[in-house]
Design a protein around this ligand. Structure first.
Ligand code: THU
Length: 129
């Protein structure tokens, strides 16, 4: 179900510069599914990743925690989220949450938020000493 949602939203990706379409779908702890796709920009750093779009949709819908996340791209091997997206995912998901990365060719790889971002920066690091 999440794979299908990610596959569907990927077709709506706006990626005229990289030509690399990515779709992401997450299930929030409420059970609702939220999706996102790449939205690139001619000013390249202004583009946003599929994962960021799904997280924004989740927050806009009133959900706050990720229970599971799937990402799909037309890639030779399952596409790993970029470093920035790993930090974004970690903001809203417990370390044990499963993240499954898919290729359009049918390969997949399941990992966890903790394995994607070891040594994650958290609010605890801002505690006054
Ligand atoms: N991208 C994503 O949307 N998600 C990923 O997991 C990796 C990369 C986007 C960013 C950029 O628009 C394009 O893919 C090429 O890097």
């Amino acid at each position: 179900m999440l794979l299908q949602a990610a596959t569907d939203v990927r077709t709506r990706a706006y990626a005229p510069y990289s030509r690399f379409q990515v779709g992401a779908a997450l299930r929030a702890t409420s059970g609702a599914i939220h999706v996102g796709c790449i939205v690139e920009n001619v000013a390249y750093p202004e583009g946003t990743c599929a994962e960021a779009g799904a997280i924004a949709a989740m927050i806009a819908a009133g959900d706050s925690r990720i229970a599971e996340l799937h990402v799909i791209a037309d890639s030779p091997s399952p596409v790993p989220p970029c470093g920035g997206c790993r930090q974004k995912i970690a903001e809203f998901a417990d370390p044990s949450v499963l993240v499954t990365l898919h290729t359009t060719g049918g390969k997949s790889f399941t990992t966890t938020v903790a394995d994607l971002l070891p040594g994650v920066f958290t609010a605890a690091h801002m505690a006054k000493t």
